[in-house]
Write a protein that binds this ligand. Structure first.
Ligand code: DGL
Length: 278
């Protein structure tokens, strides 16, 4: 750092104190990305975050790739207009469909995506089966199929498209009976004695971990998701770009949603405050 408080990063771009004080944008098709936001705030409490859930256009997982790209860009533009210094696409579906184009369009800021945590699951396999729960769109994308091809030599991996599951988190209800029925309908046909891991490949799913654990009972199955890895990647990219806020301060968290139903902000806050069990 030089005397004026500016930092030079590898590409010669100067970063000022003002750049570092700008917020980090986190987006999702709805409220699911709050699972990533929570980890990011835990790891970087000194940063300001703006979360944007596109619930008015959710789910993304049943749209075409082009349509998802369009919606993702619209949200990204809104966040850029609010002065973000980095963008986290906290949505597996939007990442699979749009991350390449976003990175090409926004070369002036780090763009961090999320993908189903197949890699850590496969690398720590004990020789059993891994189930990957994700939206139908994530599972259809080349990006996901490349990921499977890379790791299916190391482990037996079963992709499980979960149409309708993110909606159960979006329309949060304390009556968990429909959710338990859904889990039974989806998991019963694929669960095997050797199932060792379930990858939660959609950012909405960590919010149903408690019910998933209850459904699985005393089976020894690890539930893993990419939220912590993604939050750490945000931090790494901010450091690389000279954008990490090094002030001793407590940051702010602003939660926005495209839906005009005020209940979406209430649900978002509830999820933000909710403890997610391991
Ligand atoms: N949270 C999104 C994901 O991680 C849900 C996608 C959707 O809207 O269907 O994939």
């Amino acid at each position: 750092m030089n005397q004026r408080g500016t930092k030079r990063i590898k590409r010669g771009t100067k970063r000022t104190m003002n750049d570092r004080l700008r917020p980090v944008g986190v987006m999702d098709s709805g409220v699911g990305g709050i699972s990533v936001l929570k980890k990011a705030v835990e790891i970087m409490p000194y940063e300001d975050f703006i979360y944007y859930g596109d619930s008015a256009n959710a789910p993304y997982g049943t749209r075409t790739t082009e349509d998802i790209k369009d919606h993702t860009f619209l949200v990204a533009e809104k966040l850029r207009a609010m002065g973000i210094k980095a963008l986290c696409v906290a949505c597996n579906t939007a990442t699979a469909a749009a991350i390449k184009d976003l990175r090409a369009a926004y070369r002036d800021m780090p763009v961090i995506g999320i993908e189903p945590a197949v890699k850590p699951a496969a690398l720590s396999t004990r020789g059993g089966t891994i189930i990957v729960m994700a939206t139908p769109m994530t599972i259809r994308q080349n990006k996901f199929n490349d990921l499977l091809r890379t790791y299916d030599k190391d482990a037996r991996i079963i992709p499980l498209p979960c149409e309708g599951l993110m909606e159960m988190v979006e329309n949060w209800s304390d009556d968990k009976a429909p959710l338990m029925e859904y889990l039974d309908m989806k998991l019963k046909p694929v669960l095997r004695d050797d199932t060792e891991t379930i990858v939660l490949g959609c950012t909405h799913y960590p919010f149903i971990k408690r019910e998933l654990r209850e459904y699985l009972g005393d089976r020894d199955i690890a539930l893993i998701d990419g939220s912590e890895g993604t939050a750490r990647q945000i931090r790494r990219r901010l450091i690389e770009e000279g954008l990490l806020n090094e002030e001793d301060r407590t940051g702010t968290v602003t939660i926005l949603n495209s839906s005009d139903d005020p209940k979406m902000i209430d649900i978002s806050r509830k999820l933000f405050d909710m403890e997610i069990q391991d």
